[in-house]
Design a protein around this ligand. Structure first.
Ligand SMILES: [Zn+2]
Ligand SMILES: [Zn+2]
Length: 262
């Protein structure tokens, strides 16, 4: 079985409806999906999807693109929603200085607020980082010194230097279809050097469709192409890599365990 640790079921640009996307994932052995929210408007819909489908979990947070929506009201709302049994992570949040859809200052404040929450409730944080390495390293190192927290840098595209820092904080990295792109040589080297017990896989669907399906709208079922690519690269079988990344997912998102026990 494969777990898609990061997808956006509400963002699908295709005509395909959520039930069909989930069904196709299942028939491709993608048994668990973590459906990620990006802004408060989605929170209730995200939770409704995971209430309806046993194999879909939720993460609640505000993306850096929407950082200005981090009001005190929304901060309290996120905290409240973490009590939902299917909400297993906080995010995605982070810094995106590539698009800069929100002011840098606001992005940093938004990120820090999410860290406040995970330091308090011990859920893992899902971090988005694009062209903001220095600032990200500064913020997470500073906050880690106050109190450690767990989490994942999703859709990892950082440098080796950034990967070293992330590794030293025991954080996970999640690998998307980007690794299959011809020009991702640096990323491939980072993944080869990263501890195998700290690697997750994701689609970030409907974005970032892996080779050989470029041009199609991405969906969780297509994660198998990313898994195949990484397996080959690391000299593992597909099922070995699937088992490892599945185990890693459960180690990071510990709340899933409590759900399965009860
Ligand atoms: Zn992202
Ligand atoms: Zn995302």
């Amino acid at each position: 079985m494969i777990i898609d640790s990061h997808c956006h079921l509400l963002h699908s640009k295709s005509e395909k409806m959520i039930p069909e996307i989930i069904k196709d994932a299942k028939s491709n052995d993608v048994r668990i999906l973590l459906n990620i929210s990006t802004q408060p408007e989605e929170f209730n819909k995200i939770i409704a999807v995971s209430n309806k489908y046993e194999n879909v979990y939720s993460s609640i947070g505000i993306h850096p693109h929407s950082a200005s929506l981090m009001s005190n009201e929304n901060y309290l709302l996120i905290k409240k929603l973490t009590k939902n049994p299917k909400v297993i992570g906080i995010g995605e949040t982070g810094l995106d200085f590539y698009y800069n859809y929100s002011e840098k200052k606001e992005q940093i404040k938004n990120l820090e607020k999410h860290i406040d929450i995970v330091q308090e409730n011990s859920l893992p944080i899902i971090i988005h980082m694009r062209e903001a390495e220095e600032e990200m390293m500064r913020v997470i190192s500073k906050r880690f010194k106050e109190k450690e927290f767990s989490g994942v840098i999703h859709c990892f595209t950082g440098s080796q230097k950034f990967a070293d820092l992330v590794q030293s904080l025991n954080l996970y990295i999640s690998i998307s279809g980007i690794i299959t792109f011809p020009k991702s040589e640096d990323l491939r080297n980072v993944v080869k050097n990263y501890p195998l017990d700290k690697i997750l896989v994701e689609t970030d669907a409907p974005f970032l469709t892996p080779v050989p399906l470029r041009g199609k709208i991405n969906e969780p079922a297509y994660i198998k192409h990313t898994v195949e690519y990484i397996s080959k690269m690391l000299d593992l079988t597909n099922s070995e890599l699937s088992d490892i990344t599945t185990k890693n997912f459960f180690n990071l998102f510990k709340k899933t365990e409590k759900l399965n026990e009860s």
